[in-house]
Design a protein around this ligand. Structure first.
Ligand code: HEM
Length: 384
């Protein structure tokens, strides 16, 4: 009996502590003098955000920031469970955060289902005090990989994949039948990222049964709030991070990502063994070469295998759906705005004529750049 009373006392005090802690966290917005929609004790504002997306359609979900700004001002607060996220829609304040006082804002929102491996050491997740020296160190190790010189060296890989995409387009045009261009763009971006970041010769454009394509599609399909209960639970109860990190490998999206991460790790180990013999031009090789330079510089820390794997994997997560969605919206907008389509065609014909595109041509196509930016402005694939 005494044991039972003791047990009840322990459980009640843990629960009371949890309730008090959450209550206090949900007072923070008022204490900061920031406004926002009233939070639910468990979900915060998560359900309001989902409801808004349902009402306006996923493609207009980003407009919620502007809608709330009308009601709550340019700086407002939204709760994800107990965590307060401050949303800024004022350009001057945004500049202050991203440029002038950036060193105070390098930490990211903690998303518990990404807190552990394989992503914890990646730029998408790592905090100011994470592995290596935190975000800043990982960023300065990864950034040189995206210099224009390095991009140029990967251009022929990208270009040869685009040629296959163009073959598919010609076949569709010849058939005269309608087709889903988004599906083609997804295969294109996957093949480019597969070659550039995973060092695998995937051929999703010609073969939708390609294992890389199947696992990536499965991962993205399953990492959806509506399909995986782990994701909303992670947002609502970040206190359970330790448990969610352990559950991840057994979730549907965790199972889909395992062969991708294992494949990456195997390529990396192989490349490390044969570093001097490899002549590949891809992100893994560029990160390894960068690391070799770091080893001779005592002030810089070399990257661990896990950090390289995490960041190559992050390029897939960050680059695949974003780029294919942006390309699909751009194609859709061009199909609807035929005058702009003609103007763009004229610019491209003038610069390229009948020859193949070269890397430096990108800078000679200002209208193409404007069209793509306008499409990103109207239908941003990511909202942060
Ligand atoms: C049109 C395509 C893309 C869009 C709209 C997009 C959008 C974004 C946004 C909004 C962020 C900021 C996220 C945040 O601060 O939490 C971000 C960060 C990032 N993106 Fe992209 N992205 C695109 C393509 C790519 C590609 C192709 C790659 C890699 C190959 C990539 C890799 C990254 C990485 C690594 C970060 C984190 C950077 C850091 O914190 O240092 N993105 N992206």
């Amino acid at each position: 009996m005494l044991l039972f009373v003791l047990f009840c006392l322990v459980v009640t005090s843990i629960l009371a502590r949890w309730i008090l802690n959450r209550y206090n966290k949900q007072q923070l917005r008022d204490q900061l003098g920031i406004k926002g929609p009233p939070p639910n004790f468990f979900t915060g504002n998560l359900l309001q955000l989902i409801e808004f997306s349902k009402q306006v359609g996923l493609e207009n979900g980003h407009k919620i920031g502007m809608e709330y700004a009308k009601q709550y001002g340019n700086v407002m607060g939204l709760y994800f469970g107990p965590e307060l996220e401050i949303v800024v829609t004022d350009l001057e304040i945004a500049k202050e955060i991203f440029i002038k006082q950036f060193s105070n804002f390098v930490d990211r929102r903690k998303v518990p289902f990404n807190a552990g491996p394989p992503l914890s050491e990646s730029l998408l997740v790592i905090g100011a005090r994470g592995g290596m020296g935190g975000w800043k160190d990982v960023r300065s190790a990864v950034s040189p990989t995206f210099s224009s010189g390095k991009m140029k060296s990967m251009f022929s890989t990208v270009e040869s994949t685009i040629s296959i995409f163009m073959e598919n387009m010609a076949e569709h045009a010849e058939s005269g039948k309608s087709f889903d261009i988004y599906d083609e763009f997804q295969a294109l971006t996957l093949d480019v990222i597969g070659k550039c970041a995973f060092a695998i010769d995937s051929n999703s454009l010609k073969n939708r049964d390609d294992p890389f394509y199947i696992n990536c599609r499965k991962f993205f399909l399953e990492s959806d709030m509506k399909r995986s209960w782990v994701i909303p639970i992670a947002f609502m109860f970040p206190e359970l991070e330790w448990l969610i990190t352990k559950i991840r490998p057994w979730t549907a999206f965790g199972r889909a990502e395992q062969p991708l991460v294992e494949g990456l790790r195997a390529v990396l180990e192989e490349r490390k063994k044969n570093f001097n013999k490899a002549h590949n031009v891809d992100i893994i090789q560029l990160l390894l070469s960068n690391d070799e330079e770091h080893k001779s510089d005592t002030k810089k820390q070399p990257m661990t295998t896990e950090t390289i794997v995490a960041n190559c994997y992050a390029f897939l997560l960050a680059g695949y759906e974003t780029t294919s969605t942006a390309l699909a919206y751009t194609a859709w907008l061009l199909a609807k705005h035929t005058d702009e389509q003609r103007k763009l065609q004229e610019e491209i014909d003038e610069v390229l004529g009948d020859r193949e595109m070269k890397y430096d041509d990108i800078n000679k196509l200002p209208y193409l750049d404007a069209v793509f930016h306008e499409s990103l402005r109207m239908y941003p694939p990511v909202i942060v």
